[in-house]
Ligand binder design. Structure first.
Ligand SMILES: Cc1ncc(COP(=O)(O)O)c(C=O)c1O
Length: 376
C-alpha cells in the first residue's frame, strides 16, 4: 500500500502548534473599515532607527549581489561592543532562527528541553520540532520559578530556554537568582538566555549576562534588532555563545540567511544611541500611563520590565479583546499562551495609547451594563 506525504511527516512535527501572529493591522482595517492601532506584537511604535534605515537604503543599491554570508563586519562590530570574539557571535534571521538552531544542534529523541509554563511559545516548538521532549515548570506569580526549574533538571536535559524579561508576563529575574540557578546547571546543558526586551528593564539588578558567559561557556545569549532598534520587519538578531556552538549553528543555517540590507541596517542601528535612548525613555513614560490607566479601569496590570503590559482582565479577557478590536484597537488575548484571563498590551505611541484608554473605558462600561457581569 502506498503512503501519503502526510503519513511520512513524523508525529512530533504533525503535532506541533502553529505560531499565531498578532492580527495584521491592514486586515482589521479592511474588515471593519476603521482606522486601527496595533498594540499586539511588542513592536517599537517610534519607528526604525534612522541611522539603520539610512544604511539600509544605501545597501539596497547592492541588492543584485548576495550578502556577506559570513556577516563579518557586523560580527566584528557586535564582538567589539561586548568584548567577545567574532567567532562567538552568530547572526540570525531574527533571534527566532537562533532559538530553533540551538535545539537543532543539541536535541534528538531521548533528550529533554526545559522551559517554563507561560513563556514564549517558540521555545517549546524548537524543542519538540527537533525530537526532544519538553518539560514545563509552572510559574510563580507570573515569573519563572528558577528554584523549581533547577529541581526539574535531569541528566537528559540538554537545553534550557529562559526569556529575561519574559514574554508574555513582562517579569524579570535578577542577577543573584540567576547565578544561583546557573550553579545547578551541568556543563553539558546549554542555557539559552533570550534578552529580546533587555533594554526596557527597569530593575537595576539584571544579570550581567555577557560577564557570566565569559565565566561559563554553556550560555547562549540572544539579542534582537526587532525591539528597541525598531527593525522587526528587517528580521535580524544575534547570539553570543561558545565558538563551537556558533560553528555548529553556522553549518545548519541557510548560506545567506540574513540579507545585506538587514546587515547594513543593524550596523547603522548599533551606532544610533540617540534613537535607543529616546525609545527607552518614551517606553518608560507610556508604560507607566498604561499601568495607571488600566488599573483605574479596574483591571490588574503586572509590573512590566518590557515594552508591553500583561493585564489580568478576568474571565471576560477574550471578549474584552474582541470588543477592543471592533473599536480599532488590537491587543493580544493570551488564552493560547496559557492565560485565558489575561491580555497583553504593547506600549504604543502616546496617541495610540490614548485611543486604547478611550476604547477600553467604553468596552468595560458596556460590559458592566450586561446582566451576566453585574450578576457576579
Ligand atoms: C522573548 C522573545 N524572543 C524572541 C522574539 C523574536 O524576535 P525576533 O524578531 O528577533 O525573531 C520575541 C518576539 O516577540 C520574543 O518575545
Amino acid at each position: 500500500m502506498t503512503r501519503t506525504i502526510e503519513e511520512l511527516i513524523p508525529e512530533y512535527i504533525r503535532g506541533l502548534p502553529v505560531y499565531v501572529p498578532g492580527k495584521p493591522i491592514e486586515e482589521v482595517e479592511r474588515e471593519l473599515k476603521i482606522h486601527a492601532v496595533k498594540l499586539a506584537s511588542n513592536e517599537n511604535p517610534l519607528g526604525p532607527s534612522p541611522k539603520g534605515m539610512e544604511a539600509a537604503r544605501a545597501a539596497l543599491n547592492d541588492a543584485n549581489r548576495y550578502p556577506d554570508g559570513g556577516t563579518l563586519w557586523l560580527r566584528e562590530k557586535i564582538a567589539a561592543l561586548h568584548e567577545v570574539s567574532p567567532d562567538e557571535i552568530f547572526i540570525g534571521l531574527g533571534s527566532s532562527e537562533i532559538i530553533d538552531l540551538a535545539s537543532r544542534v543539541l536535541l534528538r529523541p531521548g533528550t529533554i528541553g526545559l522551559t517554563s509554563k507561560g513563556t514564549y511559545p517558540p521555545f517549546s516548538t524548537a524543542i519538540r520540532a527537533n525530537g526532544g521532549a519538553v518539560e514545563h515548570v509552572p510559574m510563580c506569580a507570573f515569573a519563572y520559578d528558577l528554584p523549581e526549574m533547577a529541581h526539574a533538571m535531569t541528566s537528559a536535559t540538554r537545553i534550557i530556554y529562559l526569556a529575561n524579561p519574559n514574554n508574555p508576563t513582562g517579569t524579570a529575574f535578577g542577577a543573584e537568582e540567576f547565578e544561583r540557578f546557573l550553579s545547578h546547571v551541568a556543563s553539558d546543558t546549554l542555557v539559552v538566555l533570550d534578552e529580546a526586551y533587555i533594554h526596557y528593564a527597569e530593575r537595576t539588578d539584571m544579570p550581567q549576562s555577557v560577564e557570566l558567559f565569559r565565566l561559563r561557556r554553556n550560555l547562549l545569549i540572544l539579542r534582537t534588532f526587532s525591539k528597541v532598534y525598531g527593525m522587526a520587519g528587517m528580521r535580524i538578531g544575534y547570539g553570543i555563545g561558545a565558538a563551537a556552538l556558533v560553528a555548529a549553528m553556522n553549518k545548519l543555517r541557510t548560506p545567506f540567511n540574513v540579507s545585506g540590507v538587514a546587515q547594513a541596517a543593524a550596523r547603522g542601528a548599533l551606532d544610533d544611541h540617540q534613537h535607543v535612548k529616546r525609545c527607552i525613555e518614551a517606553n518608560q513614560v507610556e508604560r507607566k500611563r498604561i499601568v495607571e490607566e488600566v488599573a483605574k479601569l479596574g483591571l490588574k496590570p503586572v509590573k512590566s520590565e518590557t515594552n508591553f503590559v500583561f493585564v489580568e482582565a478576568g474571565p471576560e479577557a477574550k471578549g474584552i479583546s474582541d470588543d477592543l478590536l471592533r473599536e480599532g484597537v488590537i491587543v493580544r488575548p493570551l488564552g493560547w499562551m496559557g492565560f485565558p484571563e489575561a491580555i497583553r498590551i504593547s506600549v504604543g505611541a502616546t496617541e495610540e495609547n490614548n485611543k486604547l484608554f478611550g476604547a477600553l473605558g467604553r468596552v468595560l462600561a458596556k460590559r458592566e451594563g450586561k446582566p451576566e457581569l453585574t450578576a457576579r
